[in-house]
Write a protein that binds this ligand. Structure first.
Ligand code: GEK
Ligand code: PPY
Length: 247
């Protein structure tokens, strides 16, 4: 499928509107996320590999906040457990429409893929089926702070023994030196990927009210409070990390 470059914040804006996952964002999303999130391709591909170890027969695999379904595609490439199905969920109509198109294209290219359905819904209102794997790939950071514990508790309750939640997030750091260093290095990553100072500044202003990163300590404590027994970080690239949470 054709890859369009992200130029959404390239021209000066009188007032930068809050970031929303609309049609404009969906159109450039693969380019935007690869150039903005260090380690994103490695996290997506290896989420599929990890899922292969946790997936159990006759269970659901959830991709929550699926956007265009990159994680769903990785799950379908790597998971071999019998009679598993992927349930990809997003509340952005533009993302869901394109996600379905991408999955149909994957169906046309490969045989014997896991069945996948894309549901247009708020993940806070889901009635979870018994599940061996749940992924929140850069989605929890967009959920209201007071809703995060409720969502994690529901996920924990849906998880079967031997299953896992894979949680990927941008991190914030309490230590000012660590926060400043990793923020500066993330800026260098964006510049190296062709974003201008104006694009970087306007994007930052667009996401600051809608995307609220937590520290690793907050994530760990909240997961344990939600009933998870153990939290194992498996990937970090600058201020972006991914955790395995075991039921
Ligand atoms: N309450 C909600 N209910 C459903 N979806 C939501 C909600 N809030 C936000 N979203 C959706 O969560 C996604 C977050 S992007 C995930 C990337 C993807 N996982 C990827 O691996 O490519 C991360 C980013 O852009 O940094 C968007 O598609 C939102 O519409
Ligand atoms: O943290 C950032 O600076 C980002 O740009 C992350 C991001 C990536 C894609 C959509 C929204 C936020």
């Amino acid at each position: 499928m054709k890859q369009r470059p992200d130029r959404l914040f390239a021209e000066p804006m009188a007032k930068v509107p809050d970031f929303v996952f609309n049609e404009d964002v969906a159109r450039v999303f693969p380019d935007m996320i690869k150039r903005s999130v260090p380690g994103y391709p490695a996290i997506v591909e290896n989420t599929g590999v990890l899922a292969g170890q946790f997936a159990r027969p006759d269970s659901a695999l959830y991709d929550l906040g699926c956007s265009l379904g990159a994680v769903t595609q990785a799950l379908r490439r790597h998971v071999r457990a019998d009679r598993c199905r992927v349930i990809a969920v997003d509340n952005s109509p533009a993302m869901v429409e394109r996600c379905r198109e991408y999955l149909h294209a994957q169906d046309a290219m490969f045989q014997e893929l896991l069945p996948a359905e894309v549901v247009e819904a708020d993940i806070l209102g889901l009635d979870f089926q018994p599940s061996s794997l749940v992924t929140l790939n850069f989605t929890l950071q967009f959920i209201a702070l007071d809703q995060r514990p409720v969502l994690l508790r529901r996920i924990r309750q849906a998880l079967l023994p031997g299953g896992a939640l894979i949680l990927s997030e941008k991190l914030r750091f309490d230590d000012p030196t660590e926060q400043a260093l990793l923020t500066e290095l993330h800026l260098a990553f964006k510049r190296a990927n062709g974003y201008s100072e104006l694009e970087i500044a306007q994007k930052r202003s667009a996401i600051e009210n809608v995307m609220k990163p937590d520290t690793l300590a907050v994530h760990r404590q909240r997961l344990l409070s939600a009933g998870f027994s153990q939290v194992v970080p498996w990937f970090q690239c600058l201020n972006f990390a991914s955790l395995i949470a075991l039921p």
